[in-house]
Design a protein around this ligand. Structure first.
Ligand code: IPE
Ligand code: IPE
Ligand code: MG
Length: 240
């Protein structure tokens, strides 16, 4: 498998799905799937860094995932805390900028503080932007932006006719980031589940049956290779 280094995506987004089903197949509780999923995420972050892809966004916890049993949510918090504690050194060494997209304020105070600490400690880096989507929902993001813009209109800071795509984007969590070029979803589900719905308007999608805990670097390369074969038209006429 030969990747063209000049045709790599600038932004890869991944819906890391299928942890629970993978665990069930092994006869294990769901949390084992999440545990293994964290290890896979570390490997894929590393590979993205090695390849020199500038932005990676991982969907780790959705706005809707709060509806899950309390024990599962608490176990996910523990995994997140351990990840942040154990990975900070590695993030710094690799000069990775860690960012959160989503409603950080939904999390318990100790997690919010840890997230902000790691964001702050890595803000000067840019070898890779690692965006973690936590308590993220695309509809909530769009509504939040709309409310903030409405406030500005009310204060006469902006005229309604001036609102355009460029301005709207400034109110999204992903401001300053390019739209994802490639979106990967594991576990055979073929839906977007409220992930980056505004930003993925022209994103290339790649679905695989493989569950996240068994996703490998090789599977990742397959997705990237598939991306490199696509012709992106953005609504224009494409001449061969
Ligand atoms: C994805 O795996 C991880 C999170 C949503 C936190 P799931 O937990 O959704 O696993 P399945 O889809 O139930 O197998
Ligand atoms: C999307 O997966 C969220 C994450 C991977 C964090 P879900 O498992 O929550 O999505 P649905 O419920 O299958 O659509
Ligand atoms: Mg799922």
């Amino acid at each position: 498998m030969i990747l063209d280094p000049f045709k790599l995506p600038k932004h890869v987004a991944i819906i890391m799905d299928g942890n629970g089903r993978w665990a069930k197949k092994q006869g294990l509780p769901r949390i084992f799937g999440h545990q293994r999923g964290v290890e896979v995420a570390k490997k894929i972050i590393n590979k993205t860094w090695e390849l020199g892809i500038p932005v990676l966004t991982l969907f780790a916890f959705s706005k809707e995932n709060w509806e899950r049993p309390k024990e599962e949510v608490t176990a996910l918090f523990e995994l997140l805390k351990n990840y942040l504690d154990s990975e900070l050194k590695n993030l710094k060494e690799k000069e990775i900028n860690f960012r959160v997209i989503g409603d950080k304020e939904d999390f318990p105070k100790d997690i919010q503080e840890k997230l902000e600490f790691v964001e702050k400690a890595t803000e000067k880096y840019n070898r890779l932007i690692l965006c973690m989507a936590l308590s993220y929902g695309g509809r909530a993001e769009i509504l939040k932006a709309t409310k903030q813009i409405a406030e500005k209109v009310k204060k006469n800071e902006i005229e309604p006719f001036e609102i355009n795509e460029e301005i709207f984007r400034k109110f999204l969590y992903t401001k300053n980031l390019p739209d994802p070029d490639l979106l990967i979803r594991t576990s055979g589900e073929m839906r977007i589940s409220n992930f980056l719905i505004f930003q993925s308007a022209y994103t290339e999608f790649y679905f695989t049956e493989v569950c996240w805990p068994e996703f490998t670097e090789e599977e990742y390369l397959k997705a990237l290779l598939s991306y490199q074969k696509r012709i992106r038209k953005f609504g224009k006429v494409y001449e061969f």
